[in-house]
Design a protein around this ligand. Structure first.
Ligand code: LMR
Length: 389
């Protein structure tokens, strides 16, 4: 059976975790995989999460099955955070294993609705997007989104791609904190894009994985909310893995806005059927934590404050880099944990081997991997490999 298989390369980004762990050098810097780190370099369990886990330990009486939709109280409690005002009966959702599960389920839903539908994706993008889209038989159509050399977002290229698309086509959008560019649309661009999508009949599929880690919880949802206000149909893959620090618990949700309440119920039944043949039902613990936090006013306030602090820390690192190397001032205007530097593969290799600075092979850096105190060493390491030129 298996002789037809060929060896698959390990995921390059995840492989960095092991390489970094095994590096004995003092002062090594991990700017690889996208996890938040605090000012001691740790990825702590948030206090609100710890408190919620305590509540669950005391109060849970069963671990019996829920169902393919997962925890629907969690799905409902998250709605005001994602949508602001009550989105009404046209919005339905199910719980998923992380944002990746939501993306996969969303792609399968699109493939069930329109086999082989075209999905427009701006480059560069998160390396898992294209394989997920292709794995579900959808057609991937790439267009430029961000120019790494000039650090400019190419809104014109996005509008050209959407302008040439039509009903039955989909565009994948980063809701905030673009991974890997850190470059987000501004409010006027979201407005213009919403009008264009409406005029062309193109369906947006929003990947919203970092809400609260850019400009703040409300501002980071503004683009998504604009699309929901303006369009008949929207799909949203949501992740709580970053903004609740629940990474390995895999907590996400897939939401859909449909044309009316009846269509929304049909969409939800399809989400549930697809979930059933994938994972039967999603893991519960992480979603139960988020639900417990959001059911309690004090825990919610604590979580919001902790998230604000996380965002502030990343912004402080961005500002420190801009101050230490004015030619990198653009980093202070970008959002979220990631930026992508126009480094050559050789410079990226030398940063790792000669300076113990670990980053993705694309030049993507996770700013949360730096403490403000690490910034001088980081900028010096960049200079030592000749960057910026
Ligand atoms: C990242 O981009 O580093 C994270 O989303 C982790 C992952 O799964 O790739």
């Amino acid at each position: 059976m298996f002789e037809t298989l060929t060896e698959q390369p390990a995921d390059a980004l995840l492989a960095l975790i092991g390489l970094f762990r095994d590096d004995p050098r003092q002062g090594k810097l991990d700017l690889g995989v996208g996890v938040y780190r605090d000012d001691t370099g740790a990825t702590p369990i948030m206090k609100a999460v710890k408190a919620a886990e305590g509540v669950l330990l005391e109060t849970r009486t069963t671990k019996s099955y829920l169902g393919p939709e997962g925890d629907l109280v969690f799905v409902d409690l998250l709605k005001p955070i994602v949508f602001g005002a009550d989105p009404g009966e046209r919005v339905v959702g199910v719980q998923t294993p992380g944002g990746t599960g939501a993306l996969r389920l969303g792609a399968e839903l699109l493939a069930a609705a329109r086999p082989g539908a075209r999905v427009l994706v701006g480059t560069p993008t998160w390396p898992n997007h294209a394989p997920i889209i292709r794995a579900t038989g959808l057609e991937l159509a790439l267009h430029p989104f961000f120019d790494v050399a000039t650090q400019r977002l190419d809104f014109a290229a996005l509008t050209v791609a959407v302008g040439a698309a039509g009903p039955g086509d989909v565009v994948l959008l980063h809701g905030c904190c673009h991974n890997p560019a850190g470059a987000d649309l501004d409010d006027a661009e979201w407005d213009e894009l919403a009008e264009l999508l409406a005029a062309r009949g193109v369906t947006p599929f929003v990947d919203l994985a970092y809400q609260g880690l850019g400009r703040g919880l409300e501002a980071d949802a503004r683009g998504t909310r604009r699309l929901v206000e303006r369009l008949p149909e929207v799909l949203i893959a949501y992740s709580c893995d970053k903004n609740f620090g629940l990474y390995r618990e895999r907590v996400g949700a897939l939401y859909a806005l449909a044309a009316d309440a009846a269509a929304a119920e049909t969409v939800k039944s399809n989400m549930a059927a697809l979930a059933r043949v994938n994972w039967s039902m999603p893991p519960d613990h992480g979603a139960a934590i988020v639900r417990t936090v959001l059911e309690d006013g004090e825990l919610t306030a604590l979580w919001r404050a902790e998230l604000l602090e996380m965002g502030d820390r990343v912004r402080a690192v961005r500002a420190a880099i801009a101050a230490a190397e004015p030619r990198l001032a653009v980093l202070a205007r970008q959002q979220g944990m990631f930026s992508t530097l126009p480094l050559t593969p050789e410079q990226i290799r030398r940063l790792r081997t000669d300076h113990a600075v670990y980053m993705a092979g694309s030049g993507r850096i996770n700013l949360a991997g730096l403490r403000v105190g690490d910034v001088p060493a980081f900028v010096e390491a960049l200079a030592a490999v000749g960057f910026p030129g």
